[in-house]
Write a protein that binds this ligand. Structure first.
Ligand code: NAD
Length: 256
């Protein structure tokens, strides 16, 4: 792939400290983009900033408007235009804490996954409108269009994650329709099960790992790099006619 694909592009990536966000940063830098990294986890963000001296960044919680505005403003100070936003910050109910109530789990997952993606886009869109161009990529999931398979004990039917990802897919479509006239494309990737810290606690169990592998027709879970490759395509001008789309990156999971 040519390094020029993202040359001259300025990109904000949330959830930069880990998993898909982290792989996206590495991919974007390798393809010539300037990148602004953000994560609620200051430690992982700081080590990323130390690893890549050209990287800029600011810690923040995407579910807090004051933070998303501060992140957009800080990136706006670095650059005259913002071309790309990748909303990779996300959590599952497991991240909320084992003693959290049903309502606390539901609200927190919705706050980070749905409201966080919306707030971050809302903070960045004015700059994109000003330059008349932009590409936003949200992180949906195969769980945004299907329920948890009965072979997994992940849900009793009240798990907020599938609903949150369904909302992210709809946010993507509505924003894609409404912002297209401003030169802004909005798309999502919908990964299958990917090896990251989000899934590490369950894939440690060999039986669950085997079940998860078997859910994908390719016979295995995916890697963060395989998702980042598609994100880089959607972010680039090569995807100039792709808008309001939810791209499955799932080894055939959703085709069954
Ligand atoms: N791993 C999978 O199997 C999988 C599958 C489909 C979709 N996704 C989605 O991809 C995205 C990235 O997931 P991942 O697997 O890389 O997870 P990850 O846990 O490895 O990384 C997520 C990052 O988001 C950060 N984060 C969490 N809450 C935040 C907040 N409020 N504000 C800012 N940053 C916050 C975390 O600190 C972490 O660095 C998520 O939206 C997730 O739902 C993941």
């Amino acid at each position: 792939m040519s390094k020029e694909r993202l040359q001259g592009k300025n990109a904000i990536v949330t959830g930069a400290g880990s998993g898909i966000g982290n792989a996206t940063i590495r991919k974007f830098l390798a393809e010539g983009a300037r990148v602004f990294a953000t994560d609620v986890d200051k430690t992982s963000l700081e080590s990323l900033l130390l690893e890549f001296p050209s990287l800029r960044g600011l810690a923040g919680d995407v579910s807090r408007p004051a933070d998303t505005e501060a992140i957009a403003a800080a990136a706006g100070k670095e650059w005259s235009h913002i071309d790309i936003l990748v909303n990779s910050a996300g959590i599952t109910a497991r991240n909320v804490g084992e003693h959290a109530s049903l309502e606390e789990r539901w609200d927190k997952v919705m706050e980070v996954n749905v409201k966080g993606s919306m707030l971050m886009a809302h903070a960045v869109v004015p700059a994109m409108k000003k330059s008349g161009a932009g590409s936003i990529i949200n992180l949906s999931s195969v769980m945004g269009s299907t329920g948890y398979p009965t072979s997994l004990a992940f849900s009793d039917g009240f798990n907020p994650y599938p609903s949150s990802k369904g909302a992210v897919s709809q946010l993507t479509r509505d924003m894609g329709v409404r912002l297209a006239g401003e030169g802004i494309r909005v798309n999502a990737v919908a990964p299958g099960f990917i090896h990251t810290s989000l899934t590490a606690n369950v894939t440690q169990n060999p039986e669950i790992l085997e079940t998860l592998n078997g859910l994908h027709p390719v016979g295995r879970m995916g890697t963060a790099e395989e998702v980042a490759n598609v994100i880089a395509f959607l972010a680039s001008d090569e995807a100039s006619f792709v808008n309001g789309a939810v791209w499955m990156v799932d080894g055939g999971y959703s085709a069954q």
